[in-house]
Design a protein around this ligand. Structure first.
Ligand code: KG4
Ligand code: ZN
Length: 338
């Protein structure tokens, strides 16, 4: 089964062709990041306009790289929730038009669920940074860490998820973005912070770790305040020391709480998903702690951690396998919990 995936929930216009939920035939991502960087964050109206411009060229490229025609596509999967409403509507309108014209089913996909499904995709060797294993399976504990979410889930099967806890304030990616901005590192903050942290001393500053014992919740607003203070004193620590110490504090909390949840629930698989799971230090520390606890850790290749349509197509495949179909009058929604 060949699925054409479409993703326009934020600032990446992406289309992908995926076979049987695993084989990535193409995954084209047109990023608007540089344009939004001038404003220090995503400007919703600008994002919608750029999606309109980029969509058809990205569709054509995804088809031609995959070497397939519209006639060979079995279904269309599209992100319809959550995200920037105007941006989402560009993708869902196009998907509905395609569905009507081609007389193929259109599957509306939850963006966060698709991030989880990125773990089910086996990446090709190049140009992705392959090497990571496939083989994630249920039951599992999953940490979704993106620009808008820090959610810990108990995954019991396809479409059967229990939210264990989420952030009380900032999402992990938001903390990276806001602190990077405070430090003048630019946007998006996550990759900039990771680069700044290279060579820094992660123990230079003992930033607070909100472990919130007895809960599966997170909080990063106190950490953000501490970074602001660290930037204000005399005898400022080096930016790389602040960055490394900040990153270490975030990674420490995320990994401790995820491993604790997996042990508590008695699952053997731990999954990472979302843009922040591209972070090298998070992957390292998670790996160490999972190894120690006898847990199998899975995370997608870096290119599939941030927003992309391959994960949407993969999710669409599993929706169809599990009978989660929809008529063409489905809604597009800015928010909806998974
Ligand atoms: O999943 P994603 O692409 O979009 C959302 O659905 O939000 O995640 C974007 C977030 C941003 O906050 C970005 O700064 C963060 O992921 N991010 C990273 C890294 N790469 C992206 N955070 C830390 N380290 C990274 N290497
Ligand atoms: Zn995302």
């Amino acid at each position: 089964m060949i699925i054409f995936g479409i993703e326009t929930s934020c600032d990446e216009t992406s289309a992908a062709v995926v076979e049987d939920g695993r084989r990535l035939l193409s995954n084209v991502v047109a990023s608007q990041m540089e344009e939004h960087a001038r404003f220090g964050g995503v400007v919703p109206e600008l994002a919608s306009r750029r999606h309109v411009e980029a969509l058809l060229p990205v569709f054509r490229q995804a088809l031609s790289e995959a070497g397939v025609t519209w006639a060979e596509i079995d279904a269309i999967a599209v992100t319809n929730r959550p995200g920037l409403l105007g941006a989402l509507l560009v993708g869902t309108s196009a998907a509905k038009a395609l569905g009507m014209a081609l007389k193929k089913p259109v599957v509306p996909v939850h963006h966060i669920e698709a991030h989880l499904y990125a773990n089910w995709l086996v990446a090709p060797p190049a140009p992705m940074d392959g090497g990571e294993r496939g083989g994630a399976d249920y039951p599992a504990v999953a940490l979704v860490v993106s620009g808008g979410h820090t959610d810990l889930f108990h995954l019991r099967g396809h479409g059967d998820y229990v939210l264990l806890g989420r952030t009380r304030d900032d999402a992990a990616g938001e903390a990276f973005d806001k602190c990077a901005r405070l430090m003048g590192l630019g946007y998006p903050g996550g990759p900039a912070m990771q680069r700044a942290a290279e060579g820094g001393n992660p123990k230079a500053i003992a930033f607070p770790r909100a472990l919130l014992p007895g809960t599966h919740e997170f909080s990063f607003s106190g950490l953000k305040t501490s970074v602001r203070y660290a930037m204000q004193g005399e005898n400022l620590p080096s930016l790389s020391d602040i960055a490394a110490s900040f990153q270490e504090a975030v990674v420490d909390v995320l990994s401790k709480k995820t491993v604790a949840a997996a042990k508590e629930l008695g699952v053997e698989h731990v999954l990472l998903a979302g843009g922040v799971s591209a972070n090298t230090r998070l992957r390292e520390v998670m790996q160490e702690r999972c190894d120690k606890a006898g847990l199998a850790l899975f995370y997608p290749p870096v290119a599939l951690c941030t927003d992309n349509a391959a994960m949407i197509a993969c999710a669409g495949y599993w929706y169809l396998q599990n009978g989660r179909t929809s008529s063409l009058d489905f809604e597009t929604r800015a928010s909806e919990p998974l």
